[in-house]
Design a protein around this ligand. Structure first.
Ligand code: NDP
Length: 387
């Protein structure tokens, strides 16, 4: 049976992994829309290869290049934020939400509003919009399939179990590339060092988030919305081998864990085939070869991001949206060489301490709070005190 799919953020790392999987059984898939921000040529190549009906660049300045690259094909080309939302609103069997950052929120909401099934990798959408998004999911009968490896692991462990029986959910963290570094060395870390993740190959922003452990903090907020068991029942453990992707302990003290290779095609395949299973091209897990699985507590003195995220959930209101916006601006500034590595989380904490935002009640509220917090973070970045 052929299924239809739209991939938001098709030119990124998650987009590539998704396309790799569907390209292995093209007769089973019909690609409705593929989107990018500015990578017009790359998008056009993918749209031709996968026979997409529609290709969209969110940045309209790149629409002429997209049109040119699609000349002679019958693939529709479109550009701009409204076109991105229109693409996401088109009916399909599954939407893969793989845009990086809060920029993915409006298209995710469009897919939710048509009651779609959404494989959600774009964690920032859920961090920023939290209750607004989950309320819309219930209201419109949509389904969010968690694609982040940790949340997908939890989703799999929870199958056929009740959240009422959960005693604890443990998110595993690789610890990132600086896990064993001294504070002095971490302070001098470069963007190149920060994006060189030891276990996973990912886009630049999430790689930096993994190095600061902000990624784990964002995942904690994401998990809090996906699996509402109460903040005190979530734990984080550093597991440098990234073999166990997360665990659920039940009230009888049984703990279920999901294991697998550190390759996003595993959780993506789980979402694409859900509630069934599909093949992936990956080697079987060889535990004898891996030999040792180790665990340690996170070091929140060196990596304070998980503490900051926990506090933002506890504070509630608009704090998670502000945190996410400040982090996106700070990570971009670090990647641009504007601030040092340890300033990323310090800046997020400083911006958060200046805000007392109310809980956003609608998509527009979230987007306006996000824009406002970005503006404040950017202004703060430009002050001499910040560097
Ligand atoms: P990438 O940076 O590799 O790709 C991002 C994609 O989003 C690209 O297609 C990019 O287009 C597009 N994009 C960027 N900015 C915008 C914008 N303003 N508007 C519309 N589209 C935009 O990111 P990843 O694939 O690594 O991550 C995507 C999401 O998945 C993130 O939220 C991340 O946290 C999450 N995730 C990623 C994992 C991974 O292994 N990579 C693991 C778990 C979660 P263009 O090419 O034109 O810039």
């Amino acid at each position: 049976m052929t299924r239809s799919i739209t991939i938001l953020g098709a030119t990124g790392s998650i987009g590539a992994s998704t396309l790799d999987l569907i390209g292995r059984s093209p007769e089973q898939w019909r690609v409705e829309a593929l989107t990018a921000n500015s990578s017009a040529k790359e998008l056009a190549v993918l749209a031709r290869e996968f026979g997409a009906k529609l290709a969209v660049v969110a940045d309209e300045a790149h629409l002429p290049a997209l049109r040119q690259a699609l000349a002679g094909s019958d693939i529709e080309a479109a550009g701009g934020p409204a076109a991105l939302v229109e693409a996401a609103a088109r009916p399909v069997d599954i939407t893969v939400a793989a845009i990086v950052g809060c920029a993915g929120l409006a298209p995710v909401m469009a897919a939710v509003k048509r009651g779609g099934t959404i494989a959600l990798a774009n964690k920032e959408a859920l961090v920023s919009a939290g209750n607004v998004l989950t309320t819309a999911v219930s209201k419109h009968g949509a389904a969010l399939l968690p694609t982040d490896s940790e949340h997908n692991a939890i989703f799999q462990c929870l199958a056929a179990n009740s959240l009422d029986d959960v005693a604890k959910i443990t998110l595993t963290a690789s610890g990132g590339p600086f896990r064993t570094w001294t504070s002095q060395a971490i302070a001098k870390a470069t963007p190149e060092q920060a994006v060189a993740h030891p276990n996973w190959s990912m886009g630049a922003k999430i790689s930096v988030d993994s190095a600061t452990l902000m990624n784990k903090g964002l995942e904690l907020i994401e998990a809090h919305h996906l699996f509402p068991i109460g903040l005190d029942k979530f734990d984080i453990v550093v597991h440098p081998q990234s073999v166990i992707h997360s665990m659920v302990e039940f009230r009888d003290r049984s703990t279920l864990a999901q294991l697998g290779p550190s390759d996003m095609r595993v959780p993506i395949a789980s979402c694409l085939a859900w509630p069934q299973r599909m093949d992936t091209p990956l080697e079987p897990l060889n535990l004898a070869k891996i030999g040792e699985l180790t665990f340690e507590a996170p070091n929140e003195e060196l990596f304070p991001a998980t503490r900051i995220c926990r506090a933002a959930i506890a504070e509630g209101g608009g704090a998670p949206a502000v945190l996410n916006a400040a982090n996106e601006v700070a990570v971009a500034a670090f990647l641009a060489g504007q601030i040092g590595f340890t300033r990323i989380t310090a800046l997020v904490e400083e911006v958060l301490s200046r805000y007392g935002a109310n809980e956003p009640g609608s998509l527009d509220d979230v987007l306006s709070l996000d824009a406002d917090a970005r503006q404040s973070t950017t202004e703060f970045l430009e002050t001499p005190a910040c560097v």
